[in-house]
Design a binder for this molecule. Sequence first.
Ligand code: ADP
Length: 438
Amino acid sequence: MQYNWSRHLRLIIAFLIVCTVAGAFFGYPIYGLTAGLIGYLWWTLVQAKRLYHWLGNPGGTSEAPQSVGLWGDIFDSLHKLHQNHLHLQDRLRARINRVQESTNAMRDGVIMTDANGTMEWWNGSAEYLLGFRRNTDRGQYIHNLIRTPAFKAYFDARDYRESLEIHSPAKPHIRLQIQISLFGDDDRLIVAKDVTRLYQLEQMRRDFVGNVSHEMRTPLTVISGYLETLVDNADELPPKWRRAVNTMAQQSSRMEALITDLILLSKIETGEQTVNDTVTDVEALIRQICHDASALSGDKQHEFSVNITDHRLLKGDESQLRSAFSNLVFNAVKYTPAKGHITVTWSANREGAHLSVRDTGIGIDPVHIPRLTERFYRADPSRHKETGGTGLGLAIVKHVLLNHDGNLEIRSRIGDGSEFICHLPRERLVERAPEKVS
Ligand code: ADP
């Protein structure tokens, strides 16, 4: 709109001149001017009142009031602004409806909360999967509805690179994978995916491996027993059988080690519950493992250094921690040439507790490092016959640490030795009870 301010001004001045001339006609030009000014003021007040009423309730009548002159222009401009605003609102409403319809059609639960976890919006699948109620749960604190401690820890940690798996609070038979994203003003978008089927398959796989290993253990023990007897009495065997019996005995003890590790791994995978019930004296554990490792080292005469700078206890399952730590120390023995140096360090800082096992051994090509904790993955397959490993050691370490909310870091370069570091959360460290003086 073209605003013509000088035209309006000219009209007002012309009106006042006409009033003054009319007043002069009756001999009172000043009264004429005053009457004109009062008339203009009154008209302005009437228009302002109409505007005031309309602004108080612009949605009531879609049309802005009509007028002429300056007020006519003002009303026209406001009417246009109001219309544009209504169009924009309609377009936004349509877009929001579309987004809500599409997220409602999703099979995954979608929830929006603010930074504190106050529930703002969720879709139909979230109602089904998590049991939220449309009428009563808006404005509720999400931690009152999903009470799993792991969920609260995940929500508060603000590190959402990995997802979290929990059972649905409303339907415990449903397994959910939760992924949180940050958006807007520190708000949270929570996506809950139903992974029950995958979870069941994974459990079936674990049970199958565990059961098969158990079933194989007994016949294998019998075979190994007989083979050992044959090896002990090798002198009585015909010479052509001796080599065969020796090889059979070696392979059956390898199979026994493999089955022991498989059973251990499937126990660890399902043994999450025990880790919070006991405390472990890590210092004593490390000293004992290093003692066993120097016996394993035997003729290779490795040099061991043990540095323990934190003497607190660790909340965790002793037998699981023993398996994990001993796998790392025994690996250092296996993969370090004779007279090499093995350093075991147990320390704690603000980030947590750390067990480092460093060796001066053959090292690992960095391309293999991301896959080393996979079952049966070997950096150098040609070497595993010499070392007699099962290929499950680091998988066991990874699962033990997962059970204890920790993780494994591997630093290594070919020919430069390796360092395996177990990081455990600080919250797991507990003070020793003061010793009683008798
Ligand atoms: P294995 O029974 O073969 O030792 P692990 O799972 O314990 O199985 O280790 C996987 C692979 O990681 C090993 O085959 C080896 O190639 C490599 N590895 C583990 N520890 C070390 C180490 N201290 N130095 C060099 N390589 C290692």
